[in-house]
Every structure is written in structure tokens, then in C-alpha cells.
Ligand binder design. Structure first.
Ligand SMILES: Cc1cc2nc3c(=O)[nH]c(=O)nc-3n(C[C@H](O)[C@H](O)[C@H](O)COP(=O)(O)OP(=O)(O)OC[C@H]3O[C@@H](n4cnc5c(N)ncnc54)[C@H](O)[C@@H]3O)c2cc1C
Length: 297
């Protein structure tokens, strides 16, 4: 039995957690890094390879290039991020294997994932099953990797260049920390309504060194780009501090913050679900509270 972990140069900040996840399978594993440039990878793996890719590559072509390497392994792991969500289902269909998505805990061949927007935890017994797993990096502890990191990974044959479809996937360029890995996240809901309030939210984020994310209505309104949506159909975050401003706490939003360590919420409605769940809940109007917070901090 063996596994292969497929990484991408865009999720490098999460590699330690992804190594932690694959090690939980308690079996030998290979690592394939999809990256445009040669790069050093230190992992407790039996083999480390690099597939040369560019951001213009067709995901189908990347999946085809990865296929022969995945066929050799019982389990194929990727992060449950935009790349994994696109590539892994393609690989699963090419391999004709089932896929278990958004896995949050692994103990050998016993796996766990949230279902029904996080209302229940599903347990899987994967013993003897060939399948693909997408894992939420934030659910796993970073592993310590051995090795001096002096050797470059073996280079695999590149995927053929796209002929018909050219797409470019660029990670959001921002001076703020990435939403997925930030230690403090300010989440903005429909309760943040005025331009003046948005300015204060941004000033607060600057003061706290926080990432900013939002609820789906905020994204739908175009106030933030879609990459910054938090929740079931957005990003799943695990910050040390989550600060929810003017957010009711719908199940679909809560599904994305289950792994936040400390939840702070501000809402004029003390009975809102997020206020009930919060470690610190401040009842009040953001119009008044945001300037006060800026003064105190
Ligand atoms: C299939 C599906 C998937 C979805 N996926 C997601 C997802 O991934 N992420 C997500 O977030 N949502 C998702 N949603 C939407 C979700 O159901 C909720 O509609 C959404 O989360 C509500 O966003 P909100 O809290 O910003 O808005 P609201 O529910 O309208 O809450 C606004 C809150 O602001 C408070 N407020 C208003 N004014 C002030 C003020 N001046 N001061 C203080 N508080 C104030 C109100 O009391 C209220 O509690 C999904 C829905 C569906 C159907």
C-alpha cells in the first residue's frame, strides 16, 4: 500500500500541514509538486518529483500527465483548495476511483469529513479501497521533515501545452496575509453597510495584521472578490482569532469557521447564531463600535 501527495506551488505555505495529513495514513508515500521552476522539497517521502506546469496549462492535460504516477498508488491526496477541487475530481474520474472530499482527520485508514454543512461528521473506513482524498490542510498539524534539502526533485515529463483553451489562474495579489493561513481574520457580513464602515474595517485589519474575508452576500454584492468568501462554498479557515462583524451566522458560513480557535462577534442582534457561538460577543451597532474599537486598539 502506498499513497501519493500532489502539491502545487500556489499552496506552498500549507505543505507542512499537507505532509502531516499524508503521514497520518501510516504508509509510504511519494510527493509530486506541480511547479514551474525547479525547487527544493524536504519531505519524509520515498520519492519527490516535480511536474513542470504553468498557470496557462489545461487542468485536463495536467491530470493526464499525473495519471501514470497516481495509478501506482492506492490513495491520491491533494489539498481541498481551488487547485485540488479542480484537479482531483478529474484524476478520480480518469482513475475510475471514488473521491472523499474535504477530509479533516486521518487515523490510518479511518477518515473523517464534515457533511451537511458541518452539521455531522462522517466517518470512512478506507481499508483496501483505492481512492482520492482532498484534505483540509488547516485540520492537520505541521510535520517536521528530515533531510538537508539539497537535492532537487526528479523532473517529470511536462503536460502538453494547451491548444484550444487558455486560462489563467492568478492568486489574489494583496498586501494582507492570505485568508487561508492568517492568524487573525476579520470576516465582514451584510451588517457592514457603509463606505465609512468599510474604511474602518480596513484600518482595523491593518492594525491587527489581519486578513479580510466575507460572507456570501458581501461577495455577491461585489464588495470583496470571490476568493475571499468564507464558508461552505468558500474558504475554510482556521485562524487563531476570527472576528465576525455584522454576520448572522448562517450554517453555510459557520461551516467555514469550525476550526477557528477564538471567535469574536459584533452584532446588534445578540440572539444571532454567531453571537451564541462566539467566545466573545459584543452587542451593538457597528456604526458606533468600529470607531470605538479603533480608538482602543
Ligand atoms: C447553497 C448555499 C451555499 C452558501 N454558502 C455560503 C458560504 O460559503 N458562506 C457564506 O457566508 N454564506 C453562504 N451562503 C449564504 C448563507 O445562507 C447566508 O445567507 C449568509 O451567510 C448570510 O450572510 P450575512 O451574515 O452577511 O448576512 P445576514 O444573514 O443578513 O446577517 C447580517 C447581520 O448583520 C447584523 N447587522 C446589521 N446591521 C448591523 C449594524 N449596523 N451593526 C451590527 N450588526 C448589524 C444583523 O443583525 C444580522 O445578524 C450559502 C447559501 C446557500 C443556499
Amino acid at each position: 500500500m502506498s499513497a501519493v501527495l500532489i502539491l502545487h506551488h500556489h499552496n506552498q505555505a500549507q505543505w507542512p500541514q499537507l505532509f502531516g495529513a499524508v503521514e497520518q495514513l501510516s504508509q509510504p508515500f511519494d510527493v509530486i509538486v506541480c511547479a514551474p521552476q525547479p525547487l527544493v522539497v524536504v519531505a519524509n517521502a520515498q520519492a519527490v518529483m516535480r511536474l513542470p506546469v504553468s498557470d496557462h496549462d489545461d487542468p485536463q492535460a495536467i491530470a493526464r500527465a499525473l495519471l501514470p504516477h497516481c495509478q501506482r498508488h492506492q490513495q491520491v491526496l491533494m489539498a481541498a483548495d481551488p487547485y485540488g477541487r479542480e484537479l482531483l475530481p478529474l484524476l478520480a474520474s480518469m482513475l475510475d476511483r471514488p473521491m472523499v472530499s474535504e477530509v479533516t482527520a486521518i487515523a490510518g485508514q479511518q477518515w473523517q469529513r464534515p457533511a451537511w454543512a458541518g452539521a455531522i461528521e462522517q466517518q470512512f473506513d478506507g481499508a483496501g479501497i483505492e481512492c482520492c482524498l482532498s484534505v483540509r490542510a488547516s485540520g492537520f498539524a505541521a510535520t517536521a521533515c528530515r533531510g538537508d534539502g539539497s537535492a532537487l526533485p526528479e523532473q517529470l515529463l511536462a503536460a502538453p501545452a494547451a491548444t484550444a483553451l487558455v486560462r489563467q489562474v492568478q492568486p489574489l495579489a494583496s498586501a494582507r496575509p492570505p485568508l487561508a493561513t492568517a492568524s487573525t481574520v476579520i470576516a465582514v457580513g451584510r451588517g457592514v453597510a457603509t463606505a465609512e464602515q468599510w474604511q474602518l474595517v480596513e484600518a482595523l485589519a491593518d492594525k491587527l495584521g489581519a486578513a479580510i474575508g466575507g460572507t456570501r452576500p458581501v461577495i455577491d454584492a461585489g464588495a470583496l472578490p470571490s476568493e475571499l468568501q468564507i464558508g461552505q462554498t468558500g474558504q475554510l479557515i482556521a485562524p487563531q482569532r476570527y472576528i465576525g462583524l455584522g454576520i448572522s451566522g448562517a450554517t453555510q458560513h459557520m461551516a467555514g469557521i469550525k476550526q477557528a480557535e477564538t471567535v469574536i462577534a459584533v452584532n446588534q442582534d445578540g440572539a444571532a447564531p454567531l453571537m451564541q457561538l462566539a467566545d466573545f460577543a459584543l452587542v451593538g451597532d457597528l456604526q458606533q463600535i468600529l470607531p470605538e474599537l479603533m480608538e482602543i486598539l
